[in-house]
Every structure is written in C-alpha cells, then in structure tokens.
Write a protein that binds this ligand. Structure first.
Ligand SMILES: CC(C)(COP(=O)(O)OP(=O)(O)OC[C@H]1O[C@@H](n2cnc3c(N)ncnc32)[C@H](O)[C@@H]1OP(=O)(O)O)[C@@H](O)C(=O)NCCC(=O)NCCS
Length: 147
C-alpha cells in the first residue's frame, strides 16, 4: 500500500469511498466536480492499483486546515491505511505552512490516538458549530519538521 497525492483521475474512486459513509452522517457528500477541482488537496491510499482510502486537507484559515473526507474501504480497514493517510496529510499540512489541523468527528479514539485533543476552535463558523454540537472537534498542533 502506498499513499500519494490524488489527481483528477482519482475523483470517481474517491467519491465512491466517501459515499459509503454519507448515509450514516459520518462524512459530508462531495460532488465529482468538487473532488476533481480540489484533487491537489486530496491524498489517496493505493493497494494493488486500487484506491482504498482517501483524505482531504481543507484550507480553513492561513495557519489552520481541516482533515475531511477520511475514508478507508471497509474491506481494507484495520491494516494501518487510515493512519498512513493521516500521516501523509500531516506532512502535506506542514509543507503548506499550517500550524494546526483539526477534524470534526465522532471517532474519538482514532483521533486521540493520533495525538489530537478535543479543543474549541474559535474560527469555526456558525454552520460548523451546529455540526460540532453533535460531533467532537479534535485539533493537533504541528511541529515545524518531523523527526
Ligand atoms: C476511521 C478510519 C479512516 C480508520 O481507518 P483504518 O485504515 O481502519 O485504520 P488504521 O488501521 O490505520 O488504524 C487503526 C487504528 O485506529 C483505531 N480505529 C480505527 N477506526 C476506529 C473506530 N471506528 N473506532 C475506534 N478506533 C478506531 C484502531 O483502534 C487503531 O488504533 P491503534 O493502531 O492506535 O490501536 C476508517 O475506519 C473509516 O474509514 N471509517 C469511516 C469513516 C470515518 O469514520 N472517518 C473519520 C471521520 S472524519
């Protein structure tokens, strides 16, 4: 399994992964057009030539970015793909100069184990705050460089 920056050609596969988790409200839907136009902000995990995971680094403010659309194919879960995607996303965030990343999620265990802590993000707008009432907001400050 490898992680790599997505391209517009991955848009359909990314959308299929996200759509698996939309009905339960875990992820917000994304259109093919949105994904293709923002492909440079997505990272995919590829196994045997197939996209099995994705994540989106969404610019929120000059130093703040949101982890969105984190999804791993159910058949491929539990083998480190989610962690690899988050690691790659953190690296991309560092390279782009963000100092903090955050996620709005119900998956408390996953984000806490990856060094995120529940935190109030004042920049979150009213619409997001509505969502935040039902999900946790987890933030992680990034060090300038890894290792
Ligand atoms: C969350 C998700 C991306 C994890 O991907 P994955 O490839 O299965 O996870 P990994 O194998 O890389 O990591 C497993 C780790 O996460 C934890 N974990 C993963 N999913 C979990 C869940 N639903 N609840 C609790 N812990 C979970 C495991 O305990 C393990 O932690 P550890 O290695 O520190 O013991 C995947 O389950 C998924 O796509 N879920 C549906 C969408 C979603 O919830 N997205 C995140 C919300 S923004």
């Amino acid at each position: 399994m490898i992680t790599r920056p997505a391209t517009a050609a991955d848009a359909a596969a990314i959308k299929s992964l996200i759509d698996l988790y939309v009905p339960a409200g875990t992820l917000l839907p994304r259109t093919l057009t949105f994904i293709a136009e923002h492909a440079h902000d997505f990272i995919v995990a590829v196994e045997d030539g197939r996209v099995v995971g994705c994540v989106h680094l969404d610019d929120y403010a000059p130093s703040l970015a949101e982890v969105r659309s984190l999804a791993v194919d159910p058949k491929a879960q539990g083998s480190g793909i989610g962690i690899a995607l988050l690691d790659a996303l953190e690296e991309l965030a560092r390279v782009r100069g963000y100092t903090t990343i955050f996620a709005v999620s119900n998956n408390d265990v996953f984000f806490r184990r990856r060094g995120f802590v529940e935190r109030d993000i004042p920049e979150l707008n009213r619409e997001r705050s509505e969502v935040s009432r039902f999900k946790g907001v987890y933030a992680k400050d990034l060090t300038a460089a890894r290792g």
